[in-house]
Design a binder for this molecule. Structure first.
Ligand code: CA
Length: 513
């Protein structure tokens, strides 16, 4: 759409809650001074798309309210119709963790949703994958180049013989040596690597490539009862690089043979483990994409699936809304524990949660982390929160879980994979080509303009909610059906069609040496 067309459109804003004294401008490319809304409000200045205008006069020091919650206080008097940009807002303090209500507003169980299925790969342990991948673990960064060399040959020489296997993925990373392996927080990267190898998309086939002198012994990545799963480069039996690569290929082929016998079978939607994430958020994230994802998440929970949302710094400022939804005292306390751990982690580094918002977030209309958080937690839908995972822990419960992770897209993705996520739904306002090799990623645009411009990167357009062409319910159902299609391999998301995938990125809060 060009700007002339945009200018002719009826000026529109979105007010989310009765109590709100600001609203965001919907029109592509924003609206000029003098634009008059149906409500009678007239803009006093240009307001970019997704940015806020005051609906009433707001005195200095008065709260600025969006989502029915205080996102900050006016630094100077603001007149109705003015642009309320971040420079005019003082950010409130984060909610105190010792004064939170726990389990005071636990949502009643949603009515069960029966009869929805997908075609997945069932594993011996009962878990179900959405892809059939040979994942090769590594115990140290030193072997990365060797693994990539071997994987290139495996893809070229072996994979064509095993057509039921989708891919071979090296689980490479920067951990393993030069790290304080016994530091208390080292449990996070180690647990992440152990659980990554168990992701249902890898079919339970374990192969680890190690060096031999690293701190993270390769044995630690092999579950009990699994034999002959390690290729150690420094093993004296290997006579040079060629022999090492041959050994990796031989071990890989043995596993490809097993994986090739896997067939998709009809599985109930309750076997899905869906991760939710956002990246490159804008002011529409909390209006279009995240509410649609939240609706789809409720459908998944109703169908008995496991769904996880994450990103501690993006829930921290709305934690008072989440602890009330905790299904019991233990889950509520676990939420508080993860927030407190992250507060001290950030404080150790001389930062706080305000370090989260990016220049792009602000350009997209998000004034601060409070506003971003309120929009972010909408992804979690309306069900009770049934469990909390520390970073990299494996999910064992059904329902809506909070998987504590940093908000960094790649770290969150890696940790959700370790938690057993087999498909990720990723909402974006600014746009990102993000993708994961180990699980399909459905990218959801917050705005139709982005979905049109990035027609070959964005999988799903939630922007029609802002223009009123579609409801949150319709969009949520469409997304739920797309999730079942992608999980079944019937629809390939764009990142898989192009083969563009981000690196696994471990969260290592422990010291390096
Ligand atoms: Ca993120």
């Amino acid at each position: 759409m060009d700007q002339d067309v945009a200018a002719k459109e009826q000026p529109r804003y979105i007010k989310l809650n009765e109590r709100d004294n600001v609203a965001i401008v919907v029109n592509d490319f924003g609206l000029p001074a003098g634009a008059r809304f149906a409500s009678g409000l007239t803009l006093r200045a240009f307001v970019p798309q997704g940015h806020k205008t005051a609906l009433v006069d707001i005195a200095e020091g008065e709260p600025i309210v969006r989502y029915g919650e205080i996102i900050g206080y006016a630094l100077s008097p603001i007149l109705a119709g003015e642009w309320v940009d971040e420079a005019r807002i003082r950010m409130p303090d984060a909610p105190a963790l010792d004064k939170l209500e726990i389990s005071t507003a636990v949502p009643a169980p949603l009515p069960p949703l029966e009869g929805f299925t997908f075609e997945g790969y069932r594993n011996p342990d009962g878990s179900v994958g959405t892809k059939n991948i040979l994942g090769i673990s590594s115990s140290v960064q030193c072997v990365k180049g060797t693994m990539e060399y071997a994987v290139k040959r495996i893809r070229a020489e072996l994979l064509p013989k095993y057509p039921n296997v989708d891919d071979v993925v090296p689980l490479t990373h920067a951990y393993g040596c030069g790290v304080a392996i016994t530091a208390p927080d080292a449990v996070v990267p180690i647990r992440t690597l152990q659980n990554l190898a168990l992701n249902p998309n890898f079919g339970g086939e374990i192969l680890v490539v190690g060096l031999g002198c690293e701190k993270l012994a390769p044995e630690r990545l092999v579950p009990e009862g699994v034999d002959n799963a390690i290729v150690r480069m420094q093993d004296e039996a290997f006579d040079g690089f060629g022999a090492i690569v041959e050994a990796i290929m031989t071990q890989a082929e043995a596993r490809l043979k097993v994986l090739n016998t896997r067939k998709r079978e009809t599985c109930p939607a309750s076997d899905l483990v869906i991760g939710l994430q956002c990246g490159g958020s804008d002011a529409f994230s909390g209006v279009t994409a995240n509410p649609a994802v939240g609706f789809a998440a409720d459908l998944l929970v109703r169908a008995g699936a496991t769904v996880m949302f994450s990103e501690v710094t993006e829930v921290r400022d709305a934690i008072q809304l989440l602890t009330r939804r905790a299904i019991n005292e233990d889950v509520g306390r676990a939420l508080v524990r993860e927030m407190a751990w992250y507060d001290s982690y950030l404080a150790r580094g001389g930062a706080d949660r305000s370090a989260n918002t990016t220049p792009g977030n602000k350009k997209g209309g998000l004034a601060n982390i409070v506003e971003k958080s309120l929009g972010s937690i909408v992804k979690s839908g309306s069900s009770a929160i049934t469990g909390v995972l520390s970073p990299g822990e494996k999910a064992t419960q059904k329902g809506m879980l909070f998987a504590a992770t940093p908000a960094s897209d790649f770290i969150c993705g890696t940790l959700q994979l370790a938690s057993g996520m087999t498909l990720q739904v990723f909402t974006t306002g600014r746009g990102t080509p993000y993708g994961l090799a180990a699980a399909p990623v459905i990218k959801v645009a917050t705005r139709s303009e982005l979905a049109r411009r990035w027609k070959d990167l964005i999988d799903f357009d939630a922007g029609k909610i802002a223009t009123g062409e579609k409801t949150i319910e319709e969009t949520g159902w469409d997304l739920f059906r797309l999730i079942l299609d992608v999980a079944s391999g019937r629809t390939k998301p764009w990142s898989d069609r192009w083969g563009i995938h981000n690196d696994l990125t471990l969260f290592n809060p422990a010291p390096v040496t």
